[in-house]
Design a protein around this ligand. Structure first.
Ligand code: CUA
Length: 382
């Protein structure tokens, strides 16, 4: 089975995707990358040392409390005040343990930081509030797909604020910093089965949509991955012009969804739905629209023959590629540009979706009865 971008997002939690490399424990989920044994070992080692010393220290404390308790005013506890062997012991033994932990930790750190030469590179962009993955052939995806049994290097950048990329099951985490590239690598040998996946989390609080930056990792057998990446590079071209609005639109809208609702409710950006009486995002570009932009201007006044934008499409296109040019009142300039990420065809798909907004559910999925010639097409929508 080849999962494609046309598959719908689901929220089902998958545990134990693929075969585990290290077992699930009380503290750790199953490990699924080649570095997992290294990380888990040092984690468990430090953990057991903590248990040991916790019991030892607290135990001795209770023994002494009992043994040296004061039985009356006239009794003074007068214990030994110096013991050379004891003092040497509790200095030297912890020093050895700590130095040992340093070397084990340093070894793991070096492994985690040394990217194998043959690593497959995927470019990652973090933005409020989504991840975007770009493959060497130009294919783009919202969830991460990686080949099994091959080192994968992620080169990451941020569009706006500090994010942090974390794949729990792979035991890898790296800050994604605006104005700088960071990277991490991993190798997952066991493909995920069917619908199973590993979680991606953002682990740096980055604003109101922080908790929505959850995505999935699918590990595909190498040939299946190669096919997927080729297919994915072409997916938008393969959608026919008439089907763009409902096949491609909703897929692309997923990058918009964390800021732009469809039901008129308040988001980080203006809703695509009707919230000020001027209709939805497409309807409010009509002549005479009093939808307010740029501090009190009417949107209807800048669109039309001889005006700043000849067509509503021109205004919408500009708003996607150059979001800071016009700001809907009272929203600030917070949207990242989609220049270089959305082709003209992709923009067309989004505008076509806006024109047909009444045929979509509030979550961005197309209403089944609105799908043209439902019989054959419904299958492709899955
Ligand atoms: Cu991105 Cu939290």
């Amino acid at each position: 089975m080849i999962p494609t971008l046309l598959s719908q997002a689901t929220n089902d939690p998958a545990l134990g995707a693929g075969l585990p490399v290290t077992p699930k424990t009380f503290w750790l989920p199953e490990g699924a990358s080649t570095i997992a044994p290294e990380i888990d070992w040092i984690f468990n080692f430090i953990n057991y040392i903590n248990y040991f010393f916790f019991v030892l220290v607290i135990g001795i404390m209770f023994v002494f409390m009992w043994k040296y308790r004061q039985r009356g005013r006239e009794v003074y506890a007068r214990g030994p005040n110096h013991h050379t062997m004891l003092e040497l012991g509790w200095t030297i033994i912890p020093t050895i343990i700590v130095v040992f932990i340093f070397f084990i930790g340093f070894k793991g750190f070096i492994i985690a930081k040394t990217v194998p030469d043959n690593a497959y590179q995927i470019d990652v962009t973090a933005a409020k509030w989504y991840w975007k993955f770009k493959y060497p052939n130009g294919a783009i995806s919202d969830d991460l797909y990686v080949p099994a049994g091959r080192p994968v290097k992620l080169v990451m950048r941020s569009e706006d604020v500090l994010h942090s990329f974390y794949i729990r099951d792979f035991r890898v985490k790296q800050d994604v910093v605006p104005g700088r590239y960071t990277s991490l690598w991993f190798q997952a040998d066991n493909p995920t089965e069917g619908e199973d996946f590993h979680h991606i989390f953002c682990t740096e609080f980055c604003g109101t949509g922080h908790s929505e930056m959850n995505r999935k990792v699918f590990v595909l057998p190498e040939t299946e991955f190669d096919n997927w990446v080729v297919e994915q590079g072409r997916w938008l071209d393969k959608v026919s012009d008439e089907d763009l609005w409902w096949k491609a639109g909703p897929q692309l809208y997923r990058a918009c969804a964390s800021c732009h609702t469809l039901d008129g409710s308040v988001g980080t950006g203006p809703s695509w739905g009707n919230y000020d009486g001027n209709g939805n995002v497409w309807e409010r570009t009509k002549a005479g629209s009093t939808h307010k932009i740029d501090g009190g201007k009417n949107l209807g006044d800048i669109i039309g023959p001889g005006k700043e934008y000849e067509t509503p499409e021109g205004y919408l296109r500009e708003s996607i590629l150059n979001p800071g040019k016009h700001l809907v009142d009272p929203y600030g300039n917070v949207m990242p540009t989609f220049k270089g990420q959305l082709s003209d065809r992709g923009i067309q798909a989004l505008i076509d979706m806006m024109k047909n907004l009444d045929k979509f559910n509030k979550d961005g999925t197309v209403k089944p009865d609105a799908i043209p010639n439902a019989g054959g097409a419904a299958g492709a929508a899955k």
